[in-house]
Design a protein around this ligand. Structure first.
Ligand SMILES: [Zn+2]
Length: 212
């Protein structure tokens, strides 16, 4: 119960800010809706909340969070419509101009996928079926670095999965159109929990570089 009380106390503080609304920010958001120009697709891991990490304010970001920040391949009849629907809303209705796919180190979802593949177990449960969307990437990591530790394999797989998700995004019809006319930019970020650094994927150099 203490955890819930902590949340309610936090909300009380937020409500004070909301009701005082010094610069009219909340009333504008309430009246005119959100005008976020950035969509972040992040993992649901409690340590990597995009709004907390970037010190964003209410209304700044549209956020999609799922296990291991995966963008599924675009398919009209895909079983994974939730992420697709949110991306469509962001691009077609909010006219989002930037999409960031943000992965992170020590990702439980990526780790569970690698472990399952090493144990040669079929994907039967929901978690395994979802992370199986990264299976080709994970299998390539295990082939490329068979003697590295699971931590190192996981970090590599997380970085490569960001690139995979960016490639998939480029095939989403609405994203494709905006990219074609220069109305959208895609970014790949990797948050390293071990050293607190944020890396950005440089697509020309094909490598991650420390942003900060
Ligand atoms: Zn994760």
């Amino acid at each position: 119960m203490n955890e819930i009380k902590h949340l309610i106390d936090g909300f009380k503080q937020f409500q004070l800010d909301y009701q005082s609304d010094v610069d009219g920010k909340f009333s504008k958001l309430s009246q005119y809706g959100a005008h976020s120009k950035i969509l972040i697709i992040a993992c649901c891991d409690s340590r990597v909340d995009p709004a907390i990490i970037t010190h964003a304010e209410t209304g700044d970001l549209m956020v999609i969070r799922n296990m291991a920040n995966i963008v599924p391949p675009f398919q009209q009849d895909s079983a994974y419509q939730e992420t697709q629907a949110a991306i469509q809303f962001a691009v077609c209705y909010l006219n989002i101009e930037q999409i960031i796919v943000m992965g992170h180190s020590r990702c439980g979802g990526v780790r569970s996928l690698l472990t399952r593949l090493m144990d040669r177990v079929d994907a039967e449960q929901a978690l395994d079926k979802w992370t199986a969307l990264l299976e080709p990437t994970a299998k390539q990591v295990l082939t490329d670095m068979p003697h590295d530790s699971l931590d190192e394999q996981s970090c590599c797989c997380s970085r490569r999965s960001i690139i995979c998700s960016l490639d998939r995004l480029k095939a989403y019809p609405w994203v494709k159109d905006k990219l074609k006319y220069g109305k959208m930019t895609l970014h790949g970020w990797y948050f390293n929990l071990a050293n607190g650094q944020l890396e950005n994927y440089n697509s020309e150099q094909q490598q991650f570089e420390t942003l900060y």
